[in-house]
Structures are given as C-alpha cells and as structure tokens.
Design a protein around this ligand. Sequence first.
Ligand code: GDP
Ligand code: MG
Length: 150
Amino acid sequence: NTAAPAQNDDQVERSLVLVKPDGYRRGLTGEVLSRIEAKGYRLAALSVVEATPEQLAAHYAEHEGKPFYEPLVEFMSSGPLVAAVIEGHGCITGFRTIAGTTDPTTAAPGSIRGDLARDWGLTVQQNIVHGSDSPESAAREIAIWFPNGL
Ligand code: GDP
Ligand code: MG
C-alpha cells in the first residue's frame, strides 16, 4: 500500500487473529481481512486450517474448566478457520477494538462483532473473531498457529 506511511519496523507489534469457523462458514473472512487492512495493519501470515485438539487446548488453556470451555472447543473444531498474523504498532489493542467486546449482542455497532455477529441461542458465543490480548499471548498464540514460523 503505497498510500500508507512508512512504519518503523523495529519492534513492530504482532497479533494473532483467528476468523473462527462461524465467520469462515458465513463467508466473512474477506470482510474481516478488509477491515484489518483498511485500519492499516499488515498481514504477515495467513492460513486456512482445521484446528487440532492440541492447538485448541493450548490456545484456550486459560479457559479450561469454565462452563463454556467444552462447547467452545467443539465450536472451534466444527470447520475450517483462518489464522492470521497481523502487524503494526498498537495492533493488539487496535484489533480488539475493531473486533468489539466478547458478547456480540452488546458489542458496539461499527465493530466486527457488533456489525456481523449475534446470539443464536447456543451454548457458546459465536463471535467471528479472536485476537490476542497481550504481547505475551500474541507470542504464545503465533507459535501455536504458525509452528514453522512466519
Ligand atoms: P475474547 O478474548 O473476547 O475472545 O473472550 P474470552 O477470551 O473471554 O473468551 C474466549 C471465547 O469464549 C469468546 O470469544 C467466546 O467465543 C467464548 N466465551 C467467552 N465467555 C463466554 C461466556 O460467558 N459464555 C459463552 N457462552 N461463551 C463465552
Ligand atoms: Mg480472549
């Protein structure tokens, strides 16, 4: 994108984004990637995958034992998903802001979840996207979804 300003590539921040199986199934991958690029973040890696049980156990380790954990893993195994690494200063918080809050019913209009997701009366919130919540999570999650590096 020649219109984008030059970015300081030293210590550029990266985040792990997933288009969850609901987003993929509904044909919203392009819409999500479009919003990421329109915001100005770069795609550093992109892959369509079927998550393995090991990947999901590692990815959602912090939620093990919670009531929504088993339905969450089942949902995340229900079809292909898209894993992406995005980069740009502030992209961890920036992506979570354009994603919107976890519950799609109350996620702000203008956000991915607020505009494109809803409550379907299921036992897990199907909210289209995941985004890392800290630099530590991002590094851990990038290694889970891109084990061979970028
Ligand atoms: P996120 O960081 O906004 O994705 O939210 P969390 O890390 O707290 O939760 C991971 C995922 O589990 C969410 O994106 C939802 O798909 C699901 N989830 C989280 N909290 C709940 C909940 O209270 N109820 C249900 N049904 N699903 C939830
Ligand atoms: Mg989370």
